[in-house]
Design a protein around this ligand. Structure first.
Ligand code: ATP
Ligand code: MG
Length: 253
C-alpha cells in the first residue's frame, strides 16, 4: 500500500542577483511513491535536489507547486499539526553531532520524544533501554553525552531517537556517509533487521549506490532536480538512462 506520494512536486528557490532576482529550480515535477515497509533509495549527484525533497516531505520548506500526500491526504492541509507529521515521518541527518544536544545524556535525548509523542508512557526508562538494544548499544550508553560517543554510535543514537516516535517512515539523508565502510555495513544490516521487526518504510538518500543496493529494493535516480529513472533490477544492461549507467559503472570500480 502506498504511504507517501509526491505528485508533480516542484521547488524553486529565489536567489538575488546584483540586478534583480532569479530562481533556482531545485526540484522539478517530481513524481515518487513510497510503500509501507519499503526501502527506496534516492541517489544522484551533489545539488540534484535530494535534500530538498527530504525538506519538502518534512514540510520544513513549502512546495512551489504539486502535492505531497501521506496516507492519501495532503501534508499541507491546515489541520495537520507538525507533531502529527513528525509522528509519521522522522528525518535522520548526516551530521549527527548537531542533532544531539551536547548537554543531554543519551537517556535524556531518548526520553524527550517519548514524552512528546507518548505522554501517557510511564516506563520511559524501560523504553530507552529497548530502543538502545534495537540499535545495538547496551545500557552503559544511557549516561553518556554526545561527545563521549564515536561517529557510528552517535548515528545509532540518532536512529534510536527517530525510532522512539514509532514513525511509519524514516528518511535518512546521507546519514551514514561519514562513517567508514565496516560501520556503514553494520548500520545497514541493523536497519534491515529493524525494518523486519517494525515494518517501517525507509527513504534512503545517498551518493553511494553500493549501500543503496544492500538496503533498498528500488532506486530513484535524480539529476538536476528531476527523477530520470527508477529501477529495481540491478543488471546494467537493463538500466535505461545514461546517467544511471554512469553511476552504476562508478559504483563497480
Ligand atoms: N535555501 C536555498 N536557497 C537557494 N538555493 C537552494 C537552497 N537550498 C538548496 N538550494 C539549491 O537547490 C539545489 C538542490 O540542493 P539540495 O541540497 O537539495 O541538493 P542535494 O542533492 O541534497 O546535494 P548533496 O548531495 O550535495 O547534499 C542546489 O542547487 C542548491 O544550491
Ligand atoms: Mg543533500
Amino acid at each position: 500500500m502506498v504511504l507517501l506520494e509526491l505528485k508533480e512536486v516542484t521547488k524553486k528557490y529565489p536567489v538575488r542577483l546584483k540586478k534583480g532576482r532569479k530562481s533556482v529550480i531545485a526540484v522539478n515535477q517530481v513524481n515518487l511513491t513510497l510503500c509501507e515497509a519499503e526501502s527506496l533509495a534516492l541517489v544522484g549527484e551533489s545539488g540534484s535536489g535530494k535534500s530538498t525533497i527530504a525538506k519538502l516531505i518534512m514540510n520544513i520548506e513549502p512546495v512551489t507547486s504539486g502535492q505531497i500526500l501521506l496516507d492519501d491526504k495532503s501534508i499541507h492541509r491546515k489541520e495537520l499539526k507538525y507533531l502529527q507529521l513528525y509522528k509519521n515521518i522522522q528525518l535522520v541527518l548526516q551530521d549527527s553531532a548537531t542533532s544531539l544536544h551536547p548537554k543531554m545524556t543519551v537517556q535524556e535525548i531518548l526520553t524527550e520524544p517519548i514524552r512528546n509523542f507518548f505522554p501517557k508512557e510511564k516506563n520511559t526508562n524501560d523504553k530507552c533501554f529497548k530502543l538502545l538494544d534495537l540499535v545495538g548499544l547496551d545500557d552503559t550508553f544511557l549516561t553518556r553525552y554526545a561527545h563521549q560517543l564515536s561517529g557510528g554510535q552517535k548515528q545509532r543514537v540518532c536512529i534510536a531517537k527517530a525510532l522512539a516516535v514509532q514513525p511509519k517512515i524514516i528518511i535518512f539523508d546521507e546519514s551514514i556517509a561519514s562513517l567508514d565502510s565496516p560501520s556503514q555495513v553494520a548500520i545497514i544490516e541493523m536497519l534491515k533487521e529493524i525494518q523486519n521487526k517494525e515494518q517501517i518504510a525507509y527513504l534512503f538518500i545517498t551518493h553511494d549506490l553500493q549501500s543503496a543496493k544492500h538496503l533498498c529494493n528500488r532506486v530513484a535516480v535524480m539529476q538536476e532536480g528531476t527523477i530520470v529513472e527508477i529501477f529495481s533490477d540491478w543488471h546494467e544492461e537493463n538500466l535505461k538512462h545514461p546517467y544511471t549507467k554512469q553511476l552504476f559503472r562508478y559504483s563497480q570500480e
